[in-house]
Write a protein that binds this ligand. Structure first.
Ligand SMILES: [Zn+2]
Length: 252
């Protein structure tokens, strides 16, 4: 009898079918995660809620979908096996892991450094699209920094100055109806002055001097770029009960 097992091309059919099917399942899961996210986003009410939802979840969920997609690719890549030996096993394993990591790294970089530009446009549109007054059904007006102070209480103003929080105040000029929205600088990155990526965020704030009746307080805000590592600090003067202003920008 001749041993045919060595050359039987169907010997690994069971594994190959399983690997391909696992690959398809992972791909389907990746697509479902992405669809699920955008479905949830599209059913989220209001521009502000959409804005927050995107900031909190979009990149993270797309990253999860990307990982699941790459795992599926790794399985699919190993679904056409005809020969087996310990050496081949290790070579395949090594190549699979290496390419899987490279693919994941590329996707991660795209999501971290390029994708935020796309998000930024959508976020801007969501934030500045005129709000509709529930009283009149007409668009409201976004007040300027100076105008809005009249509608922000002391706590809110202090928060704006201290914690990289921005309040947007929308006013219905006909009825005087006011709508206030809060935006956090910790969640939202701005453009890095060094590398121009949308990866510059406040990482720490510290009060370096408490304000008293006679002396102005001082807050230092530390910024860090998630891409190039560029750091900057901004010193902000804190006056008792009045609006503060930026006095200097120093880099470190
Ligand atoms: Zn940078």
């Amino acid at each position: 009898m001749i041993e045919l097992e060595e050359v039987d091309p169907h010997k690994f059919d069971a594994w190959n079918n399983m690997a391909a099917n696992i690959g398809y399942v992972f791909w389907a899961a990746a697509v479902l995660i992405a669809i699920g996210y955008f479905l949830k986003l599209s059913t989220t009410n209001g521009n502000k809620n959409k804005y927050d939802f995107i900031n909190r979840h979009e990149i993270r969920l797309l990253w999860i979908a990307a990982i699941v997609l790459v795992i599926g690719l790794c399985f699919y890549f190993n679904s056409g096996i005809e020969k087996f030996s310990p050496v081949l096993f290790f070579v395949r394993g090594f190549v699979t892991i290496a390419f899987g990591l490279i693919a994941a790294l590329i996707l991660q970089n795209l999501l971290k450094f390029y994708y935020p530009f796309l998000i930024e446009k959508r976020l801007k549109a969501l934030r500045y699209k005129p709000r509709i007054s529930p009283k009149t059904g007409k668009p409201m007006k976004l007040l300027s920094e100076e105008e809005e102070d009249a509608f922000l209480d002391e706590g809110m103003q202090a928060e704006e100055n201290l914690f990289s929080v921005d309040y947007d105040v929308w006013k219905d000029e006909e009825t005087g109806h006011i709508q206030i929205e809060k935006y956090s600088g910790h969640l939202h990155a701005i453009q890095c002055p060094e590398c121009n990526y949308q990866t510059f965020k406040v990482v720490k704030e510290e009060i370096t001097r408490n304000p008293t009746d006679t002396v102005e307080g001082e807050i230092v805000k530390h910024y860090l770029c998630g891409y190039c590592g560029y750091k900057a600090k901004k010193t902000v003067i804190l006056r008792q009960q009045t609006k503060t202003e930026d006095v200097s920008t120093a880099t470190a």
